[in-house]
Design a binder for this molecule. Structure first.
Ligand code: FAD
Ligand code: UDP
Length: 399
């Protein structure tokens, strides 16, 4: 096999040596090389190892497992999320059941306040939001009437502006969505697919939960512990600080699962797929609590960050200090968000066509399939791919 490109630093453990050193009696090399130890890669690694007795090498270029859901104790001893707030929620019972094999849960319902007109009001917009902002005391029907009178019906809802203006009118759209979205995505809501702001519902009742899902909880001992349990299997070898390019030609494997950016895999040959990035400013504050809820959104464009997270609300940890994170959106940096808009989808489809013609590589996850997926959707996607591989295996064994 060809030598790796000279400009790449060598991985910490020389993989070829490691592979050659595997227990005698088993074929050398791995059945699967899985790139990315986030939800997509870790779930599939666990399933292939435990369900089909496959030998899996799971690599990640970062120094830790868990992908963007990674959490850890900071210098003050507070459990924080390195890549911003991650709250688990799903309507998919099979997904919750699957993850429950690796963690117990802490019941938690997420609540968010937005700073609008110098006060903190609930987002998603609900009865309380309307009554507080406008000094009213409307009941549910009254709020429905209020929003209807302000909504500007849009015949063909296509963009993220259409969704919100069509539901609550321009004034509330501008207060809650326009500035936040421009900051978060570097685009006006009118330039983004409707799916983006459609993630946030509008309510006329008092329900102030951010998510409406049937299962909402945090892993009791954190996400990283859950991933450790998932990957604790003799068939799984994990290598961190290891880029795909460092090992792709160095080790033996039958198949690749790639959960990094799909355009990167193909050398950006059709051009770069746009991703939105974030810079996280983590701080510890010397008081017990910083803000009334886990997340406070800042829709004003005069404020450079989009939201502030205080983790103890999520984790239930007791600590005399508290740690918080400010999120500053940016065009440069790690790819966190695929950007849902038609031209990007079109470019993605070109890469998908290439992927369809590369059957030995399975593309998976938020970056591998360029989809704005939540954690539970990524788990569901990985389980679906596993089901397909399991079936293939059964067919090939003539079962
Ligand atoms: P990732 O977690 O991105 O994992 C991919 C891994 O691949 C990374 O660790 C990366 O280092 C590695 N990798 C990439 N390329 C290479 C390479 N060439 N070589 C080696 N390694 C490579 N979802 C929710 O359900 N609830 C939430 O509250 C929530 N909040 C979020 C907040 C933020 C700020 C962000 C950014 C996302 C949030 N999400 C949330 C979404 C969630 O993070 C994703 O759905 C999930 O983590 C995606 O998992 P993944 O495995 O597809 O990708
Ligand atoms: N959004 C907004 N104002 C808010 C909350 C959300 O404009 O107060 C918009 C924004 O475009 C955001 C999208 O709705 O990117 C989806 O919000 P969500 O909280 O789901 O974003 P995520 O947690 O994925 O960053």
């Amino acid at each position: 096999r060809a030598a790796p490109p000279a400009h790449r630093p060598a991985p910490a453990i020389h993989p070829a040596k490691h592979v050659n050193g595997r227990a005698a009696g088993r074929r050398s090399g791995f059945d699967y090389l899985i790139v990315g130890a986030g939800f997509a890669g870790s779930v599939l690694a666990e399933r292939l190892a435990a369900g089909l007795d496959k030998r899996v090498l799971l690599i990640d270029r970062r120094p830790h497992i868990g992908g963007n859901a990674y959490d850890h104790y900071d210098d003050a001893g507070v459990l924080i999320h390195r890549y911003g707030p991650h709250i688990f929620h799903t309507n998919a019972k099979p997904v919750a059941d699957y993850l429950s094999r690796f963690t117990k849960w802490r019941p938690y319902e997420h609540r968010v306040l937005a700073r609008v007109d110098e006060r903190l009001v609930p987002i998603p917009i609900n009865r309380t939001t309307v009554n507080q902002l406008y000094g009213l005391d409307l009941d549910e029907a009254g709020v429905a009437e209020f929003l209807k009178s302000r909504a500007e019906p849009v015949a063909d809802v296509r963009t993220s502006e259409d969704v919100v203006v069509g539901a609550v009118g321009r004034e509330l759209y501008e207060k809650f969505f326009r500035g936040y979205t421009r900051k978060q995505w570097g685009l006006d809501p009118s330039q983004l697919d409707k799916a983006v702001t459609a993630r946030v519902p509008t309510r006329t009742n008092d329900d102030d939960r951010y998510f409406g899902d049937s299962f909402q909880a945090m892993p009791l001992n954190g996400f990283t512990r859950m991933f450790e349990n998932m990957l604790d299997h003799p068939n799984i070898k994990v290598m961190l600080n290891t880029d795909f390019d460092d090992v792709r030609d160095e080790i033996a494997y039958d198949r690749i699962v790639f959960t990094g950016p799909i355009d990167e895999y193909f050398g950006h040959r059709f051009g770069k797929l746009p991703y939105r990035s974030l810079t996280f400013r983590h701080e510890t504050v010397d008081r017990e609590w910083f803000q009334p809820v886990a997340v406070v959104n800042e829709p004003s464009e005069a404020v450079p960050y989009t939201r502030v997270t205080e983790y103890k609300h999520l984790t239930g940890q007791s600590h005399p200090k508290t740690s918080i994170t400010y999120e500053y959106p940016s065009a440069q940096g790690d790819p966190y968000y695929p950007i849902p808009r038609p031209e990007n989808q079109e470019l993605f489809r070109k890469y998908q066509a290439l992927a369809d013609n590369t059957p030995d590589v399975i593309f998976l996850g938020r970056l591998g399939t360029y989809r704005y997926y939540n954690m539970d959707q990524v788990v569901a996607q990985a389980l679906a791919v596993y089901a397909r591989l399991e079936k293939e295996e059964q067919q090939s064994r003539g079962l």
